[in-house]
Design a protein around this ligand. Structure first.
Ligand SMILES: Nc1ncnc2c1ncn2[C@@H]1O[C@H](COP(=O)(O)OP(=O)(O)OP(=O)(O)O)[C@@H](O)[C@H]1O
Length: 655
């Protein structure tokens, strides 16, 4: 890439240290890495690559770079290089004795992407990524070629080894090169995996057809190429064809397109959307969405806009061809068998959390919906054969869905009549499963408040007395005769082990609601172990949840605030409640102490509560069973060994 000079005469003055704004200092990253990269497991580790790669992609999308290189080195360090403008190296106006580069890498919330001046649409926005990677790397080296000079600075665990140095001339080079080695103190035995990295690299190239990305790996896993070049002028349509992998599709070529928002909504609207979708009867559908090349696995407003456009388009087309059943098609039907890719670029996107799993920018919904809708109407009108086939398929799916619902309704009604439900179950009144919830609560007193706090229509309660049997330590005959477990199975309407059928579940969400103390955590762990070993599909299909009751209630006059932990409490006390007089702090010892209103507001009401969905790390399902066996299994020596190996971690959790 050295010989590739992009826009040689482009002035670099417009993007210099003054474009880099500072909002806050570094520090808490090493202490609480999870807050910044969502954990310390393998997924979090790979997130480091994403953060650095996203910065180079942002340069490319802004039109300053067209070539990137990603290399996994022999010592498992990673090098990412671009031919962009180079991170600014001049002294920072706020900290004249430091270069902008050092400020960026050693300060949280330092970046050039807050105001949209240096970048129009960028994946980065919090000014956190590069400094987080630096803080979590035991070694980091950044080289910047700018103005025909080569600069270099090295860091260990977020601290500079020395000031920035000019290490030579760079007549034919420009851009940034970052090499980092993830810190084993943070990530333990996890290592970068070539397969995971190449998938990420390849998808970036698909998402932005103006970039070529070279991949190299010194680690050969036997299945991933050690060298490759990715450049996809066909963009998402190419990617979709590859993802669908030869499955028969209703349209010969996907419905795909790209809209520059400025052309449709006026020059002030920066950004664009690109999409590709096709339907197939031979596999489940999927959607993969991105914003500014950052994957958004939990979707968000851009996805909502996209599906709205497709749904409205299909229904309108149905009306046009006099297919009256088209009006019963729902979003779920559209997604059934629909394989879709959506990638948008917008200015100042808002995400939920630093790992950016879900896009929250409301504007994106309108922009995407309006852009896609016109194109879709035209496409349907111009591809009548495919349009007819897709419409028929979706109508069929909607009919199947309606039939299934009816069957389930009657099944549930007769089941409620016939089923012998456990006496202590307080059932909900809804007759069909959709939207219903079963709270498994600890103790009878908690059950009392919960009974008053619940929504009778959709929320059912099952109080458990004491701790349930630890199924990992028990013989299977004992499991079958255990009274608490029998009650649980009856309430859920299912059998255990091989007899478990997830479709029989009588509720949509199963929510474990225990006290926020050690005993409560133990009961929750026992229940989760039980579900994990005996009713695993219930977790895989996302039915199991943990309620998050608060630990503290702060009151000041009429103002009330709930806090889930000590940290939140301290923060709330420091900030004040905005009322007058003394702040009273009460600590809930158990759910039973909370009055019904408190319990409803904080823990049960779907509008205001927090819930954690229990899931299994898809990448390491084996690790989960291994860990469950070690922690909950019969052999105390395994538990002891785990505690010894992870003592530091366990201690931290206790803080
Ligand atoms: N490869 C690069 N080329 C040019 N500038 C860069 C590069 N990498 C980082 N920067 C500059 O450093 C700033 C800080 O980067 P950092 O990754 O810390 O945060 P961000 O990308 O702004 O936001 P986020 O925390 O959401 O990733 C960027 O805003 C950009 O101005």
């Amino acid at each position: 890439m050295a010989d590739d000079l992009l826009r040689e005469n482009e002035p670099e003055t417009a993007y210099d240290a003054s474009s880099i704004e500072v909002l806050e200092g570094l520090e808490p990253v090493r202490k609480r890495p999870g807050m910044y990269i969502g954990g310390t497991d393998e997924r979090a580790l790979h997130h480091l690559v994403a953060e650095v790669l996203d910065n180079s992609m942002d340069e490319a999308v802004a039109g300053h770079a067209n070539r990137l290189e990603v290399e996994l080195n022999e010592d498992y360090s990673v090098t990412i290089r671009d031919n962009g403008r180079g991170i600014p190296v001049d002294p920072h106006p706020k900290f004249p004795d430091k270069s902008a580069l050092e400020v960026i890498l050693c300060t949280l919330h330092a970046g050039g992407k807050f105001s949209g001046k240096a970048y129009q649409t960028s994946g980065g926005l919090h000014g956190v990524g590069a400094s987080v990677v630096n803080a979590l790397s035991d070694y980091m080296r950044v080289e910047v070629a700018r103005n025909k000079e080569l600069y270099m600075q090295q860091f260990s665990r977020g601290i500079p080894d020395g000031p920035i140095e000019k290490i030579g001339a760079a007549p034919n080079r420009r851009g940034t090169m970052v090499t980092f080695h993830a810190d084993e103190q943070i990530f333990g035995h996890h290592r970068f995996k070539p397969k995971r990295m190449i998938t990420m690299v390849r998808s970036k190239a698909y998402l932005f057809s103006g970039v070529e990305i070279r991949w190299k790996s010194a680690i050969d896993d036997g299945e991933t190429p050690t060298e490759a070049v990715f450049h996809f002028p066909g963009g998402l349509a190419d990617y979709l064809n590859e993802r669908m992998n030869g499955s028969t599709a209703y349209a010969d070529t996907p419905f795909a397109g790209k809209v520059q928002f400025a052309e449709k909504f006026g020059a002030d609207t920066a950004g664009s959307v690109e999409w590709a979708i096709n339907w197939t009867p031979s596999r489940d559908g999927f959607i993969q969405s991105y914003c500014n090349t950052v994957p958004t696995p939990e979707g968000g407003t851009h996805e909502a806009g996209f599906w709205a456009a497709i749904l409205k388009g299909i229904r309108a087309y149905g009306e046009l061809v006099n297919n009256r059943k088209a009006s019963q098609i729902t979003r779920d039907d559209i997604m059934n068998g629909g394989c879709a890719l959506v990638s948008c670029f917008i200015r100042e996107p808002e995400f939920v959390g630093q790992t950016k799993d879900r896009l929250a920018t409301t504007e994106a919904q309108r922009l995407v919906e309006n852009s896609v809708r016109d194109h879709f109407d035209n496409w349907l009108a111009g591809n009548t054969k495919a349009a007819g086939a897709i419409l028929d398929y979706l109508v069929l799916k909607s009919e199947e869905r309606l039939r299934r619902r009816q069957e389930k309704e009657t099944a549930r009604k007769s089941a409620t009549k016939k089923l012998r439900l456990p006496g202590k179950l307080t059932d909900c009144s809804a007759t069909n499963r959709e939207g219903t919830e079963l709270f498994i609560v600890e103790g009878d007193s908690a059950g009392g408040s919960a009974k008053m706090a619940r929504d009778r229509k959709t929320q059912a309660l099952l109080p458990l007395r004491g701790k349930i049997l630890n199924v990992l330590g028990a013989a299977s005959s004992k499991i079958g005769t255990n009274a608490e477990i029998n009650d649980l199975c009856q309430a859920l309407g299912v059998g255990i082990g091989t007899k478990f059928n997830v479709d029989d579940l009588r509720y949509d969400k199963i929510i474990i609601m225990t006290d926020a103390d050690v005993d409560g955590a133990h009961i929750a762990a026992l229940l989760m172990t039980f579900f994990f070993t005996q009713m695993r599909p219930m977790i895989d299909k996302g039915h199991l949840y943990l309620a998050c009751p608060p630990l503290f209630r702060l009151t000041q006059g009429a103002k009330r605030v709930y806090c889930t932990d000590e940290l939140e409490k301290e923060a709330a006390l420091a900030k004040g409640l905005g009322g007058k007089g003394r702040i009273d702090v009460s600590r809930f010892k158990g759910l039973g102490e909370m009055d019904a209103k408190d319990l409803k507001d904080t823990t049960m009401n779907p509008e205001t509560r927090k819930l954690i969905r229990v899931s299994i790390d898809e990448d390491e399902p084996g690790e989960t069973s291994d860990l469950v066996e070690r922690l909950m299994g019969k052999k105390p020596e395994m538990r002891f060994q785990y505690i010894q190996e992870n003592a530091q971690f366990v201690e931290e959790l206790d803080v």
